[in-house]
Design a protein around this ligand. Sequence first.
Ligand code: 4FL
Length: 228
Amino acid sequence: MLKATILTIFPEIFPGFLGVSLTGKALKDGLWQLETVNIRDYAFDKHGSVDDTPCGGGAGMIMRPDVLGNAIEHHHKGGKIIYMSPKGRPLTQKMVHQLSKEDHLTIICGRFEGVDERVIEEYGIEEISIGDYILTGGEQAAMIMLDAVVRLLPGVLGNAASTENESFEQNLLEYPQYTRPIEWKGRKVPEILLSGHHENVAKWQHQQSLQITKERRPDLLEKTLDSK
Ligand code: 4FL
């Protein structure tokens, strides 16, 4: 069973969207656990200061290593410590599969201009990015990463749903899908999908996947078929 411990100065953001739909049901059913820790509770002054100005100058504020370290040491009971960060390793479905096998994830959500680098070194923290853009804080990134991880936990998706043919699982984007009505606004569902010829359908879908991936994500085709 996965337990996620979130270190944040905005614990009220959680569970957010993780509290609804599949992830929310799984949370209620006890398939995973969420613990939110307010970093401010580990400050050393009565104002609860968690940040300070950057050494060497520059804009913004940096999260203090002593306060963050205090929060980590009170709550980290083994397992990976992850810091959601734009300069982290880009999150992939392969990493999501690996994270879904962990018993405990401690996730640090940064605000301001980031955290003191010594904290990263001291606790062997893994930095993970969810994409090349800047958010207002790491909380949203943590929630997206957890959403991807939790749906892979045993029992979260129904038996009917399989993750094997989803985008990225074979380093290919998904082929286009259709449902009824067969004709809509003069647009017809491709004939092949109505043929009932399973082998030809599968061939067409694979060829569509290849074409779309070549057009939109040629970088994916360069990769070998990674094992999970
Ligand atoms: C974290 C952006 C992970 C992308 C601001 C604070 C971020 C982020 N991936 N933006 N953290």
